[in-house]
Design a protein around this ligand. Structure first.
Ligand code: 2RA
Length: 340
């Protein structure tokens, strides 16, 4: 016996990946429905070798459905997630709406699967931000060994993190660079993204941080350990898919780079590619379509007592969104629903 699963926002980048990953991982599905807003109604989406016609989110009755994977913005989540949960359907939400609520679990299955128990109360589980998800997969096994005190992270985030409009803007601006009469001004991003980098993702906060940077701090604390200090600089780069991060970690205890490499090799969800030679590391174009978070450039930071540097790359539409959501559904099935 399997589950009755709903994908909400099935026509977007993340919803599309959710359907792909449910099929790829052979999630035990008895019945699946793809929902979309009224303007995309009837659009066809693929689920394995089947084609699904999207139905109307506004009129859908969630009664009798087990799991709803939400890949819509906070506004739509605010309206429809409580309706689904009230009907008894567990919501796994990719928006930031519920991430910081104390009674809603925020889960990365390789790190804190046990937090799923908290979901019984409100029937809503939050999926973290893409930049946090890949970082905590790498931090957790190192924290278990040598206790992390502080993390300094700089991100290099692809345009797909800003949705289809972000992808279109990079594509259009890149083409227009070769045709000066076809000017394509910035719309989605605040400055030109083609052949450029922009040190600004999400809104500015009073502290001078952006919300994206604040999310990395708050979410790492909630998922891994509230005692870890994090400071982040989040940057948009002209890459279509795949987020990269340069991570500097200060530990309480000394951790040798070779031992760190061995720990990460054994860690769930991590793939270490770390040869100290030309090309012996992973770049974002190489991680697209993969499930793993790739770690390269592991090396001692000799400027502090107990420091390490590493390079972390992952498919932001997968580990950073759809894959993590499907992994949460798997944990929900194993630990709470127990139907499979
Ligand atoms: C971004 N973090 O890359 C966002 C997507 N969740 O813009």
């Amino acid at each position: 016996m399997g589950y009755r699963v709903v994908v909400v926002g099935a026509t977007g980048n993340v919803g599309h990946e959710m359907l792909n990953i449910l099929a790829e991982r052979q999630f035990p599905v008895d019945e699946i429905t793809a929902l979309a807003s009224r303007k995309s109604l009837g659009t066809e989406v693929s689920f394995g070798d089947k084609t699904l016609k999207t139905k109307d989110l506004d009129t859908f009755d969630f009664t009798g459905w087990d799991i709803a994977l939400f890949a819509v913005g906070s506004e739509a989540t605010k309206k429809y997630a409580p309706i689904a949960a009230k009907a008894g359907c567990y919501v796994i939400d990719n928006s930031s709406l519920y991430r910081y609520d104390a009674d809603i679990p925020l889960i990365v299955p390789e790190v804190n699967p046990e937090a799923i128990e908290l979901a019984v109360k409100r029937k809503i589980i939050a999926n973290p931000n893409c930049s946090t998800a890949q970082m905590v997969v790498a931090l957790k096994p190192l924290h278990d060994r040598a206790r992390i005190k502080r993390v300094v992270v700089s991100t290099y985030q692809s345009v797909s993190g800003a949705g289809k409009e972000g992808i279109d803007e990079l594509w259009d601006q890149t083409k227009s660079m070769y045709n000066p009469t076809d000017d394509k001004p910035a719309r989605k991003f605040t400055k030109q993204i083609a052949f450029n980098v922009i040190p600004h993702i999400d809104v500015f906060m009073d502290s001078g941080e952006t919300k994206e940077e604040w999310k990395m701090v708050a979410e790492t604390k909630k998922i891994v350990d509230p005692s870890i200090k994090v400071t982040a600089t989040c940057v948009r780069v002209p890459v279509f898919v795949g987020h990269s991060e340069a991570i500097n970690i200060e530990f309480e205890e000394f951790l040798d780079e070779d031992e760190a490499r061995d720990i990460l090799r054994e860690a769930p969800g991590v793939m270490v590619i770390d040869k100290r030679e030309d090309g012996g590391y992973v770049t974002p174009v190489e991680c697209v379509g993969d499930f793993a978070t790739f770690i390269s450039r592991i090396r001692q930071d000799s400027t502090i007592d107990n420091g390490l540097n590493l390079w972390c790359v992952s498919d932001n539409l997968r580990k950073g969104a759809a894959l993590n959501a499907v992994q949460i559904a798997e944990v929900l099935g194993q630990r709470i629903l127990k139907k499979g």
